[in-house]
Design a binder for this molecule. Sequence first.
Ligand code: NAI
Length: 334
Amino acid sequence: MFARSAAHKLASARQFSSSAARHTNVTVLGAGGGIGQPLSLLLKLDPHVKKLNLYDIRGAPGVAADVSHIDTASEVKGFEADKLEDALDGAEVIVVPAGVPRKMTRDDLFSTNASVVRDLATAAARVAPKAHLCIITNPVNSMVPIASRVYEKAGVYDPKRIFGVSMLDVVRASRFLAAIVGADPVNTPVTVVGGHSGETIVPLFSQTPASKGVTGEVYKKLVHRVQFGGDEVVQAKAGAGSATLSMAYAGARFANALFRGIAGEKGVIVPSYVRSPLFEKEGIEFFASRIELGPNGAEKIHPLGQLTAEEEEYLKACKDGLKKNIQKGFAFLE
Ligand code: NAI
C-alpha cells in the first residue's frame, strides 16, 4: 500500500504518536512556490520531521515565519537566495519543487528547469551528499538523469537516494478509478509505472481488483485521463500554472513514506522514478515502478508483475518516450 493510512494520520498530526518516529531533517528547495508552500505546510504536520529548512530564490523566510507558528514539534527556518548551502546543511531528505511550471513552451520549461536542477543538485552533492533527493521539478523523466549525473561527476552518486516523485500519477489513478466504480479511493490503489509525462505514464489497472469491469472505451479514457490529467489542471488554471495542491499532497505522501522507510519501518512500498535495472538492457536506465523504501533509500525495486496485452502496448510507447527523455537530460550536461 502507498502510505495511505499514514497520509491520513499526517493530516491530523496532533493525534499521531511520534514516539516511534525517527526525526528527520528536511530541506525544501523552491519552498516559496505554488507547490512549495502547501508542501511545506504538510511537512510541518508530519511528525517525522524534526527540522524543516525552507529555501527559495524569493519568499522563503515569509513562508517559514508563517508555517513556523503551527503548533507541531518541528523547527522551521527560512533561507534567503544566497543561503542555499546553509539551507542544505545537515539535510537528510531534500525535496525539490523549484523551477517553472508548465505555462511556457515545453522547451523553455526544459532548459530553465534543467539549469535549476543542475545547480541545486551540485550544491546538494557538495553539502549533503548522503541526503535522499526527491525531485518534483518537471520534466521529471529528464531531471532525475541530470541530478544523477551531477552526483556521479561529484563522486557521490548513490542511485538508491535519488527519486523522481511520480506519486501524483498514483493519486490520480486511484481517484479516477474510484469515481468510475463508485468506490472509496482507499480501496482502489493503483500501481503506475514508467515515467511522469503523457505516454510514459503507464497505470497497471489490471493489478487492482476493483477495475475488473472497466474495459473498452471506458478503460481507454481512464488511462488517457491518468496520462494527461495534468492538462485538466493547466487548462482550468488558464495560464496561471499547473497542479500545485494535489502535487503538494502527493509530495508530502511520498516524503512520509520515505521518512518511515528511513526510520526502519518494513514493507513501505511506493512507486517512484529511480535508477532501475528493469529495462536497463534496452537502454532505459531510469524507470518508475514499485520500490521498497528503507534506511538506505530505494532498497528493492519490484518487477512489474503480470501485464495485459493492452498494458504491454502502453509500456512499449512509454519506453520509446522515456529513452528520449533520458537522453535529453544527459545531453543537457554535455
Ligand atoms: P512555481 O513557479 O509556483 O514555484 C516554483 C518556485 O521555485 C518559485 O517560488 C521560484 O522562486 C522557485 N525557484 C526557481 N528557481 C529556483 C532556484 N534556483 N532555487 C530555488 N528556488 C527556485 O511552480 P510550481 O507550480 O510550484 O511548480 C514547480 C515545479 O513542479 C515545476 O517544474 C512543475 O512543472 C513541477 N510539477 C511537478 C509535478 C510532478 O508530479 N512531479 C506536478 C506538478 C508540477
